[in-house]
Design a protein around this ligand. Structure first.
Ligand code: SF4
Ligand code: SF4
Length: 338
């Protein structure tokens, strides 16, 4: 009989919460707590809610398998308080060592660092992983796939929401490899002519214009948006443009930092300092860039906080890319000393 790690690996299970991290690597560990993350927080996406409403028993079986494999004595299912139907469905299948934790209806409640802190009171070290504090976090759809993997079933479909300008918004299973254009037809097709697709939700999703783009194991939703909407235009801004505008218009008000959820949890992230790095050169600029490293790319700073409509989030994203390419990525210990 193959181990759970081997079964999950053979079935091709990867994190369905967006990161796509191989699930077998996460569960190949000894921890005391496993968290089922159902605190879906992207506006307009409902796939985790639908999964828990319809497959609660299978998801909890996957959770229990991971608990047994990792030696965890405690399982926690994190769900937003507002999702009463999902809470009711999950509640009927709870077992003695598995409890429910109701999260507030805020964004980004589903961020791993937020879920772990609020449901266990423990803080993942900056730049670290839940494993470092004895916790494994798996998205609820991933746990459903782990349940199936234990029965020899590979991942062939992804649960997705199709929303925005379509005839019939829906959440359903879509085969991996189906094109986005075909998936749109399942929702009755687009109701406007000049549109783009958001791959993911409005906050973190990326603009896609190619309808032949295939559904993957991490596709969580497609939002149909008008090409000329404010959100589309902001998301399509080039790196050259958001850097140039940021360099000339950032007044260092620091609202982006004050509203940053990771900063509010005490992590070494200060997007206004990363913006300042655009204005400086030499060693000072290099030091400032490290304040981007703990960014989870939630987009609060760009879409909510910045009064100038600048793009500190994407400045952090490209800064992190550059730090990695230049071999300047700090270890968790170095990051804590910033
Ligand atoms: S909120 Fe905007 S203007 Fe203020 S520091 Fe951040 S990027 Fe600059
Ligand atoms: S995207 Fe902005 S608000 Fe979100 S973690 Fe990064 S810096 Fe903070």
């Amino acid at each position: 009989m193959p181990s759970l790690v081997q079964q999950v690996r053979d079935a091709g299970v990867i994190g369905a919460g967006g990161a796509g991290f191989p699930a077998y690597k996460k569960i190949d560990a000894r921890v005391d707590t496993v968290i089922a993350n159902g605190a879906e927080c992207e506006p307009l996406l409902f796939k985790d809610k639908v999964l828990m409403e319809n497959y609660a028993a299978e998801m909890i079986d996957g959770l229990q398998l991971v608990m047994q494999h990792t030696g965890a004595r405690k399982g926690i299912i994190a769900i937003k308080h507002k999702n009463r139907k999902a809470i009711a469905a999950v509640s009927t299948h709870l077992r003695e060592n598995i409890s429910l934790f109701e999260m507030e209806d805020v964004y980004p409640a589903g961020d791993e660092y937020e879920v772990v802190y609020h449901s266990t009171g423990r803080r993942i070290p900056g730049g670290g992983l839940p494993l470092h504090i004895g916790v494994v976090v798996q998205n609820v759809e991933t746990l459903y796939h782990i349940h199936r993997a234990a029965q020899g079933q590979p991942v062939t479909h992804s649960l997705m929401t199709i929303h925005g300008h379509v005839k019939q918004p829906l959440t359903a299973w879509f085969p991996v490899g189906m094109s986005y254009g075909e998936a749109l037809q399942v929702a009755g097709g687009a109701t406007i002519d000049d549109f783009v697709l958001l791959d993911g939700g409005p906050m973190m999703g990326k603009v896609v214009t190619d309808l032949d783009t295939p559904v993957t194991r991490v596709t969580s939703g497609i939002i149909v948006l008008g090409r000329n909407t404010h959100l589309t235009e902001r998301k399509m801004q080039s790196e050259q443009a958001f850097k140039r505008i940021g360099k000339s218009a950032c007044d260092q008000c620091s609202l982006c930092t004050e509203m940053c959820p990771r900063y509010l949890l005490g992590y070494p992230i200060q997007p206004h300092l990363v913006m300042r790095s655009l204005l400086t050169t030499g060693p000072m600029s290099g030091t400032l860039t490290h304040w981007a490293q703990a960014c989870c790319e939630c987009n609060i700073c760009t879409l909510w906080a910045c009064p100038e409509e600048l793009d500190p989030r994407n400045v952090c994203v490209v800064t992190k890319r550059d730090l990695k390419q230049q071999g300047k990525w700090l270890s968790p210990e170095q990051l804590q000393k910033l």
